[in-house]
Ligand binder design. Structure first.
Ligand code: C5P
Length: 219
């Protein structure tokens, strides 16, 4: 049987993680959250006192990282050097530091290598992030850029964090982070063959359905 790879990219707050996870469940596929890998190695560098602006030290830490990420869509488990960081990596202090690792090209190279190996190990998988359609799995059968207006993305991220953040905090975690990330990955315009889905006016179920239609049409 031919392998099924679904690649989904998008900015912060586009809903790509929850939508990709649900699409994976319905497709009976594995699920890879590549952002969680960037977050986990960032947490590890912070925890170990590695200077995030020392590119060589960060790259060495990433290469040596003993990283486990569950590819079961019903599990969010992430372990680094045996520490369960499933919850901690979602904290704002990680979100605000992660771009320093994501813009380290040697660190990216190592994580891309591991992501490709994880993808290759599954007969069916939905992988999501910022560079899946373009770098990690450009040969995927279905490639989707999931976008949403800035207003919708700020609103969704606010809800996800349980409300109570200032507009300034949300802006830093969504718009400013995307601006930093977009210096190394292109997740704002679709490259050739990538289907753009704008979810600004779609609810969760409608967005999942739209993704599944792209996958069905790609077969
Ligand atoms: O998707 P999420 O917000 O969890 O991603 C966290 C960070 O990981 C992003 O802000 C970006 O810096 C980085 N990332 C990346 N390439 C990916 C996935 C995530 O650079 N494929």
């Amino acid at each position: 049987m031919e392998q099924l790879v679904v690649a989904i990219d998008g900015p912060s707050g586009s809903g790509k993680s929850s939508v990709s996870r649900e699409a994976a469940r319905r497709l009976g596929a594995a699920y890879l959250d590549t952002g969680a890998m960037y977050r986990a190695v960032t947490w590890h560098c912070l925890d170990a006192g590695t200077d995030l602006h020392d590119a060589a030290a960060v790259a060495a830490a990433v290469r040596a990282a003993d990283l486990f990420i569950s590819t079961d869509p019903d599990s969010e488990e992430v372990l680094i050097h045996g520490t369960d960081v499933t919850r901690t990596i979602r904290e704002p202090f990680v979100s605000e530091a992660v771009s320093a690792v994501a813009t380290n090209l040697a660190a990216r190279e190592e994580l891309v290598r591991r992501q490709r190996a994880l993808i290759a190990g599954h007969a069916r998988i939905v992988a999501e992030g910022r560079d899946i359609t373009t770098v990690v799995a450009p040969e995927a059968q279905a490639r989707i850029l999931l976008t949403a207006s800035e207003e919708a993305r700020l609103r969704r991220r606010g809800l996800q964090l349980g409300g109570g953040q200032s507009g300034e905090d949300l802006h830093r975690q969504v718009v400013a982070r995307d601006a930093k990330d977009s210096t190394v990955t292109n997740f704002t315009t679709a490259s050739d063959g990538v289907v753009t889905l704008d979810s600004s006016d779609l609810d969760f179920e409608q967005t999942v359905q739209a993704v599944l239609r792209v996958v069905a049409g790609a077969g």
